[in-house]
Design a binder for this molecule. Structure first.
Ligand SMILES: [Zn+2]
Ligand SMILES: [Zn+2]
Length: 434
């Protein structure tokens, strides 16, 4: 967890300049350019004169799921986050289909991903959404990062996993076999469609799998935390086998689930669960529900507080002018339509005509202490009535009822929300006397 390699702002600017100034061929990863841009374009062109057979189509969709799982259940949830333990046969399977996804070796992918979680939204985030959607989508695979900007992460666990090391050492051969030769051979031997197997189940399928992660920091809502960019979204979940519930994932990365609700589409989670039933996976990690709900409630609270701040709750008591009782009576006699309830004086002149109980009854309260009358003496007013009354506040009476105590702004009896605004609950209006 050492942070000694964090460069200061000036160094970072220099690095960015160097990257911009340097010869373009120094900054481009040609192998990835070939695999991510050139071969897919060639495949799309070849598709124009390659007929698509229905067997090949079904196989390509199935193989898309398998190779996608190599990344989502393999490189991501198993090797980056250790959210479950996989047996040797399962790890070999994931390493093979993962190579067919052509998103980099497990070792390379998981290392970058650990950096992504640790430095989300900062310049050290290898696929930072702050560098734009195109960079976060494909640019990060094609452009080499300046070596000085590379961040140290602990991947000793990956280096001691024989399957990971083997896949990393033989990555290019495995890519050629798993991404192109294997689907070509299956379609060729199966229903004599060698070319369709290569173009559709090989190249175009690979291209679709590669269009993965970036939208999850761009599109959707944030039910668990909005301090960073990760978002929850069904569309992203549909494209990348359930990885789109990314706001939850960044909060609870060691959870083998990304979509925690039963109705959230997360086939990666379902498959890991099935592997557990088959005895291939163990130790599936679930974050404690209590902690998950805490995050959800805090985020809900934040949204409620924003809504609260947009409403008119009346002038806070401690901001009202203080008047003497005699002054209140005097002003009422001289034509002001003021009503004192619980020591708080309200100007009801704009409301008299709209009073549901009639004009007359409210006029009898002018210039008097109407506390008992308002709180059940004549009619036990609703919460809505107390809320409405608070918007008519005019002054507080010195020594009137117990309001002097409420006038102190440091009063701890009054709860405030995360924005510092008063929380007035359904029975919290000061005019309510039980
Ligand atoms: Zn992310
Ligand atoms: Zn992750």
């Amino acid at each position: 967890m050492g942070s000694s390699s964090i460069p200061n702002g000036v160094e970072q600017q220099k690095q960015e300049k160097n990257l911009a100034k340097g010869a373009w061929y120094d900054t481009v990863d040609f192998l990835n350019l070939l695999l991510v841009i050139i071969i897919p374009i060639a495949g799309c062109i070849a598709a124009f004169w390659t007929p698509l057979y229905w067997q090949t189509f079904i196989f390509a969709v199935g193989y898309y799921f398998l190779t996608g799982l190599g990344v989502t259940a393999g490189s991501h949830r198993l090797w980056s986050h250790r959210s479950y333990v996989a047996s040797l046969p399962l790890r070999v399977f994931l390493a093979l289909v993962g190579a067919g996804a052509v998103e980099g070796s497990i070792r390379w992918w998981a290392k970058g991903h650990r950096v992504h979680h640790r430095y989300t939204d900062t310049p050290k985030d290898p696929y930072s959404i702050k560098k734009g959607l195109i960079f976060a989508h494909l640019g990060w695979m094609i452009l080499k990062t300046d070596s000085k900007e590379k961040v140290r992460t602990d991947i000793s666990d990956l280096d001691s996993d024989g399957v990971v090391v083997w896949q990393h050492k033989n990555y290019l051969q495995l890519v050629i076999i798993m991404a192109f030769i294997f689907p070509m051979v299956i379609a060729g031997l199966g229903w004599n469609d060698w070319m369709g197997g290569l173009v559709y189940a090989g190249i175009i399928r690979m291209f679709v799998v590669q269009q993965s992660n970036s939208l999850s920091h761009w599109l959707g809502d944030q039910p668990f935390d909005d301090n960073h960019s990760p978002r929850n979204n069904l569309i992203t979940a549909l494209v990348i086998l359930g990885e789109g519930w990314h706001n939850f994932h960044h909060e609870f990365p060691s959870d083998y689930r990304a979509g925690i609700e039963w109705y959230q589409y997360d086939p990666t989670k379902w498959v890991i669960w099935i592997w557990e039933k088959m005895g291939l996976a163990t130790n599936l990690t679930e974050f404690r529900q209590n902690e998950i709900e805490k995050g959800r409630v805090q985020q809900l609270q934040k949204k409620v507080d924003i809504q609260r701040s947009q409403l008119n709750w009346g002038i806070p008591l401690h901001d009202l002018p203080v008047i003497e009782w005699d002054d209140y009576v005097e002003q009422s006699k001289n034509g002001r339509q003021l009503v004192s309830i619980a020591g708080i004086v309200h100007d009801v002149s704009d409301f008299i005509g709209a009073h549901p109980g009639g004009k007359q009854i409210i006029l009898t309260a002018v210039g008097k202490d109407a506390t008992a009358m308002f709180n059940g003496g004549v009619y036990d007013h609703t919460n809505a009535a107390h809320n409405l009354l608070s918007t008519m506040r005019y002054a507080v009476v010195r020594g009137g009822m117990e309001v002097e105590a409420w006038k102190r702004p440091e009063d701890v009896r009054v709860p405030t929300d995360t924005l510092g605004n008063l929380i007035v609950g359904p029975h919290g209006q000061e005019t309510r006397q039980l």
